[in-house]
Write a protein that binds this ligand. Structure first.
Ligand code: NAD
Ligand code: ZN
Length: 359
């Protein structure tokens, strides 16, 4: 079966395009109870961007601090329940932030129209009704959350996305100005997410020319941004990184992630490590899967003087390593992509534990 992929409906790209938000949502304001919900990363509270959010009478704006933890099912349910109780059914929801805030906006948009609590919808195509209009404004680039079909939430039992066609944003505004303030390590960790999406997509059996078309361009941009003559955080590279994130997400949509994301999930679930950071911790040690790309990665880390700890595993118990390996082996489609159809005859939980021991 070939994938029948739902893309973002509308995309604005360009420096300063955030100013068009008001105009873009104006026609949608007639829907439902006629107000908008804005979820904004708390980094922007009191900053100039906050005063540019087109909040009208009756709208709800929430600044969310995503630093203590990645988005949770409770957080999404609470937001929906409170808005429904106090304000009614919104016309739409706008998420302004990195992958965390975009995922909260995507998930809450769905939950406004689906009864019950979000853990019951963690998985593929479990959502029953189309959600409300949702618009994403990335302020950190790399995750591909701006174009993906999933909204990743940590629930009582699992960390898993609400994944379906309706999860995809109706509209995205890509304004490279908005990512200029991201702290250097964070810029790198999240930026590497897209590099790794492309490399993992490329190095596996699901790879195809569609995935390549997006992925090769995104890899080229990443090389410019992180290794080129003009490397580092500057306006030109902010533009490239924003497109690299989108293209990396699209490349991945037509292929699959592999060993690095599979291991990284184990670190996030068991140790609560953030996605981009966890990927970097793993990718650093995966030469046999990703060859020279790992050398490029090491050069990038050194070039930007990025904090990337090693020998973390010496502090992990055997139980923790086993728990991580169990999370990882339960992502068989990733290992299948990375190793091949017959992966189970070549690869097992002991091999995965050995990889964790390297970190
Ligand atoms: P993030 O959203 O977690 O934000 C990282 C940090 O950057 C936070 O401290 C935030 O306050 C800060 N920040 C945001 N914008 C800023 C700005 N312009 N200037 C300065 N600081 C800013 O980071 P992320 O790496 O983009 O997202 C990670 C999340 O994305 C995880 O929860 C992960 O599960 C999710 N994710 C989702 C998908 C998907 O397809 N839906 C894919 C990959 C990752
Ligand atoms: Zn990723």
């Amino acid at each position: 079966m070939h994938k029948n992929f739902k893309n973002i409906e509308k995309v604005v790209y360009g420096r300063g395009s955030f100013a068009q938000l008001d105009e873009i949502i104006a026609p949608v304001r007639k829907e439902n109870d006629g107000f908008f919900v804005f979820v904004v990363d708390s980094y922007f509270e009191g900053k100039p961007l906050a005063s540019q959010v087109p909040v009208k009478e009756g709208d709800v704006i929430r600044f969310i601090d995503i630093n203590p933890k990645e988005p949770t099912t409770d957080q999404v349910d609470e937001l929906r329940d409170r808005v429904l109780a106090e304000n009614g059914m919104p016309s739409g929801i706008v998420g302004i932030g990195g992958g965390s805030i975009m995922d909260i906006a995507k998930a809450t948009a769905l939950m406004f129209k689906n009864e019950g609590s979000s853990p019951q919808y963690q998985g593929l195509n479990l959502i029953k009704q189309e959600g409300i209009y949702h618009l994403g404004v990335p302020t950190v680039s790399g995750t591909g959350a701006e174009c993906s079909m999933t909204a990743v939430l940590s629930g009582p039992e699992k960390k898993l996305g609400l994944k379906c066609e309706w999860t995809v944003f109706n509209q995205v505004i890509l304004d490279p100005d908005l990512i200029s303030t991201v702290e250097r390590n964070q810029w790198f960790y999240t930026g590497m997410d897209t590099f790794i999406h492309c490399i993992e997509s490329k190095c596996g059996i699901n790879y195809n020319v569609y995935s390549q078309a997006y992925g090769d361009q995104a890899i080229k941009f990443c090389e410019d941004i992180f290794l080129g003559e003009n490397s580092g955080q500057n306006p030109e590279n902010d533009e490239k990184l924003m497109m690299a994130s989108l293209f990396g997400g699209l490349s991945l949509t037509y292929s699959e992630v592999g060993a690095c994301h599979s291991l990284s999930y184990g670190l996030s679930v068991v140790l609560g490590m953030k996605h981009g950071y966890a990927n970097c911790i793993c990718f650093n040690h995966l030469e046999e899967f990703y060859g020279d790309y790992v050398n490029d990665f090491k050069k990038m880390v050194a070039h930007h003087n990025i904090d990337l700890p090693q020998n973390l595993s010496k502090d992990w118990t055997e139980e923790q390593i086993t728990a991580m390996a169990e999370v990882s082996i339960n992502l068989p489609f990733m290992w299948r992509h990375a190793i091949g159809e017959d992966w189970e005859s070549k690869w097992g939980i002991e091999d995965i534990k050995n990889l964790y021991r390297r970190l």
